[in-house]
Design a protein around this ligand. Structure first.
Ligand code: FAD
Ligand code: ZN
Length: 466
């Protein structure tokens, strides 16, 4: 008997051509994630080249009720593009054209599948900057960044992806195309519809093109790593750095001692720039426009924070290579994954004032439950109130996962924190959405989903569940 997919295949082939539709072994070879560990279970993979093809595919799938899972760089950390067997993957990887870069208006028009790094490089070549930046820059795409409202390392200065998007083109569940390619900084004519789709993780529409806002390219960059003696000093340091650096602060990344020890020292993959016995390590970065003046300003600011005992030790990068070496420690997630044997990772936010206590209590709870087997590493974008936790508790069983996740998330409800600062909800966190959003918010989310995707074909199960 012919399956639904069998019946749709001729139509899909007409839209996409032979090279645009993968089936059978070609699908089985693919993975749903960057680690390559999650085999793709979809019925087929569609590789459209333009908006018209995306629209035609969705028209077909909508009419037939075939679920569609959007995939891009597949660097999701929350199983955002996981397949479960009865879906068509819609991969935007061939929609990778930079259509235009207007250096005067400081805008760039792109297709959704362009890798983030290519956008950064093109902006730089035009004397501008696209400020969204994250460790996965070489693999993730702008469509994925928009669909997840990605954060990253420069949020403290420039905001999340949401702040860099002027306009969007989105294909809706029924195949109609919403052209909202605004290129103006100011446009208050009615609802700002693009915001609905930014951060919706492919559940409300498929982002096909975007008009991005660019920033002036920084002409100077200063980077330092500081060792800090207490959490109280860390909070003061953040404030003081903001004051002393005159608006140039672009990153304030913190690593707890155990994280620094593991990555910078124990992994053997880096030359540790500072001794490893301090409680906290901070990567401070500024972006400015006057190399000589900025170097002096940075130097003076670092001296001041040392004099004021906000930092115990510091190293300032003197070259691009030294800067990269400092960042490599912060971004060496593979070292962490290896040493901790694929820990569970969490991406939470909470007010800075509560962080020390939260982490301390979590550590105690882990010890109580799993004893010496439990291991917790903490790092993240402290300036944004965002911590990443990597935790291993011995055996990776569903029971252990559930108990651990409860320990991590439950206190956030009381603290008005978030179970997802930047990675999104995907499949992984959907059971916990209610920890960070109230019933009224979730009801309106469901209403939006029902309105925009009444048949529930877009990325089913993600964010809101089924
Ligand atoms: P994918 O992983 O392919 O998809 C992500 C989600 O978006 C899925 O739900 C998918 O269905 C949907 N989607 C993809 N494309 C579209 C589209 N065109 N239209 C509609 N929906 C779509 N994230 C951060 O925010 N900050 C970080 O600092 C950060 N660091 C990371 C470091 C590493 C090493 C890794 C592996 C990941 C990191 N991430 C970070 C997570 C991840 O890189 C981001 O979520 C990124 O934005 C995903 O982009 P992608 O192209 O890989 O999208
Ligand atoms: Zn992050």
């Amino acid at each position: 008997m012919k399956t639904l997919f069998d019946r749709l295949q001729p139509g899909l082939l007409t839209i996409l051509g032979d090279s645009g539709l993968l089936t059978g072994a070609d699908v089985a070879q693919r993975s749903d994630s960057w680690t390559g560990r999650d085999p793709c279970q979809a019925l087929g993979v569609a590789l459209p080249r333009n908006t018209a093809e995306v629209a035609a595919i969705l028209r077909l799938c909508h009419r037939a009720g075939l679920p569609v899972v959007p995939q891009a760089g597949k660097t999701t950390l929350v199983q955002g593009c996981a397949t479960r067997g009865e879906e068509l993957v819609l991969s935007l990887e061939r929609m990778n054209a930079i259509e235009d870069c207007d250096a005067v208006a400081a805008t760039m028009t792109v297709q959704a599948g362009v890798p983030l790094q290519r956008i950064q490089e093109r902006a730089e070549a035009e004397g501008l900057m696209f400020p969204v930046d994250l460790g996965a820059r070489g693999s993730c795409t702008i469509g994925g960044n928009i669909a997840t409202n990605a954060g990253g390392i420069r949020v403290i200065r420039y905001g999340m992806t949401r702040q860099q998007v002027l306009g969007l083109e989105v294909v809706l569940a029924d195949g109609s195309v919403l052209d909202s390619m605004n290129a103006m900084l100011k446009n208050n004519a009615g609802y700002d519809l693009k915001q609905l789709f930014i951060g919706s993780e492919g559940t409300l529409g498929i982002v096909t093109r975007a008009c991005l806002r660019l920033q002036p390219r920084p002409l100077s960059e200063q980077t330092a790593m500081l060792a800090v003696g207490s959490f109280a000093a860390l909070g003061k340091l953040l404030r003081r750095a903001g004051e002393l650096l005159g608006g140039q602060l672009s990153a304030f990344e913190v690593m707890w001692q155990s994280h620094y020890q593991l990555v910078a020292v124990d992994s053997g993959r880096h030359a540790a720039p500072l001794p490893a016995h301090f409680p906290y390590y901070v990567l401070v970065e500024t972006l400015g426009s006057d190399p000589q003046r900025d170097t002096e300003l940075f130097q003076q600011a670092m001296e001041r924070v040392m004099e004021e005992s906000l930092a115990e030790d510091a190293v300032i990068a003197q070259s691009r290579a030294q800067r990269d070496a400092l960042w490599a420690i912060r971004e060496d997630i593979p070292a962490l994954m290896l040493a901790m044997n694929s820990p569970l990772s969490y991406d939470i936010s909470l007010p800075i004032g509560h962080m020390e206590r939260y982490v301390g209590e979590l550590e105690q709870a882990l010890r109580r439950t799993w004893g010496e087997q439990a291991r917790l590493l903490v790092f993240g974008h402290l300036g944004d109130g965002n911590l990443h936790l990597a935790i291993s508790v011995g055996e990776d069983t569903p029971e252990n996962r559930a108990a651990l996740t409860e320990l991590v998330y439950r206190p956030l409800q009381v603290l008005n924190g978030s179970i997802s600062a930047e990675h999104g909800i995907g499949l992984e966190k959907r059971a916990y959405l209610g920890y960070s959003r109230n019933a009224g918010e979730i009801a309106l989310m469901r209403l939006l989903k029902q309105t925009l995707d009444p048949k529930g074909i877009l990325n089913p199960g993600k964010v809101l569940g089924n």
